[in-house]
Design a protein around this ligand. Structure first.
Ligand code: NAD
Length: 254
């Protein structure tokens, strides 16, 4: 089994949203002993989260950054990692939804969604992977979506599906190229998770409609995803790479 140093850092993007997956992941990883570099386009929100994690006895540093801005990403990664232990993990969680029907799709929307949900994952990985190579091991976990596998079929439509399918291809290729450095790369494909990304908080009626398509009797929670991220980031998951783990209540079986 791989072993990790006691002092180690995980970078978490998209951690700013108060009811979002990134925030839950950051709290979970902090409890698991990781120091955290928190990144989000909402710098104030990740600043507050860093304070919360520190108050709970953890270690966290934050920076505001747009993940689709390559130079900004490089600067933000350098900024948050400067005072933290070696970086062994990256959770690519930042993302935007896109409910626009294909026949109404304009170039600006296509670009906005691809730039954030796919280019952003590449920019973060490109900035962080050399730090993992230097550390001698690492874990990359990126959030795709069941939308990539089913061709939409959830709140978001085509550019979102395309970007999230790209995340799966990127993950497989990273797994192959970075494997010799003892770095694993995996994707998680969530089904419906109770956050605000599907146009605001889910009403009980919307939740009931979503559950009808699942094989379990509830929509997912941010903790369901945080648990999967924490496992794929652990030392003991080192023989799992290039995979897409569906955490989706059985929505997609293949
Ligand atoms: P959310 O909207 O609560 O959180 C998204 C976070 O990403 C926010 O903090 C936002 O500020 C940040 N962000 C957006 N654009 C950014 C940018 N350009 N640069 C930096 N940060 C940016 O949504 P969530 O449900 O927590 O989603 C987290 C991830 O999970 C997303 O990638 C999403 O596509 C994916 N996902 C969510 C669900 C679901 O049902 N909630 C299902 C499948 C996949």
């Amino acid at each position: 089994m791989d072993t990790f140093p006691g002092e180690r850092t995980a970078i978490v993007t998209g951690a700013g949203s108060p009811r979002g997956i990134g925030r839950a992941v950051a709290h979970r990883l902090a409890r698991d002993g990781w120091a955290i570099g928190l990144l989000d386009i909402d710098g104030e929100a990740v600043g507050a989260l860093a304070g919360e994690i520190s108050a709970a006895g953890g270690r966290a540093v934050s920076a505001g950054v747009d993940v689709s801005d390559r130079a900004g990403v490089e600067a933000a990664v350098a900024e948050v990692t400067a005072g933290l232990p070696p970086v062994l993990a990256l959770a690519n969680i930042a993302g935007v939804s896109s409910p626009v029907p294909y026949l109404e799709l304009e170039d600006g929307e296509w670009e906005r969604v691809l730039r954030t949900n796919l280019f952003g994952v590449h920019y973060l990985t490109a900035a962080v992977a050399p730090l993992m190579v230097a550390a001698g091991t690492g874990r990359i976990v990126s959030i795709s979506s069941v939308s990539a596998q089913r061709g939409g079929g959830t709140y978001s439509k085509t550019p979102y599906s395309v970007a999230k399918a790209g995340v799966i291809g990127l993950t497989r290729s990273l797994a192959r190229e970075l494997g010799p450095h003892a770095i694993t790369a995996n994707a998680i494909a969530p089904g419906p998770i109770d956050t605000d990304i599907m146009g605001g908080a889910l009403s009980d009626e919307r939740k009931a409609a979503l559950v009808e398509e699942l094989v379990v009797n509830r929509v997912g929670t941010v903790e369901d995803i945080a648990a999967a991220v924490a496992f794929l980031m652990s030392a003991e998951s080192g023989y799992i790479t290039g995979q897409t783990l569906n955490v989706d209540g059985g929505l997609y079986m293949h």
